[in-house]
Design a protein around this ligand. Structure first.
Ligand SMILES: [Zn+2]
Length: 99
């Protein structure tokens, strides 16, 4: 009988402590999830960016330009940062061919 009373008291104390600590545990869990999500947020764009904002080197001046802003010749695989760069390069190639 004595053990039963002690057992119930201990269980009540444990339950009381658990109820008291529950907000803190939830807070800790929130912090942990926030940290996890924040690390995912910081790492995710790096993983996605190479395919989306892929840098392509301009054949005219050698500067790195995002792939979606690049000027590309229809015939070749040559890429240029601007239309001016493209026309300049094409002209120089033609001059090389002529000269
Ligand atoms: Zn260029």
């Amino acid at each position: 009988m004595k053990y039963l009373i002690i057992g119930t008291i201990i269980s009540l104390v444990v339950a009381f402590i658990f109820v008291r600590l529950r907000p803190y545990l939830q807070l800790i869990r929130k912090v942990v999830t926030a940290l996890n999500s924040s690390t995912q947020v910081t790492t995710a764009p790096r993983e996605r960016s190479p395919s989306k904002n892929k840098l392509v080197r301009c054949d005219g001046c050698g500067t790195w330009v995002p792939a979606d802003r690049v000027f590309q010749l229809k015939a070749g695989m040559a890429t240029y940062c601007s239309r001016e760069c493209m026309t300049k390069n094409v002209e120089s190639r033609e001059q090389k061919l002529v000269g």
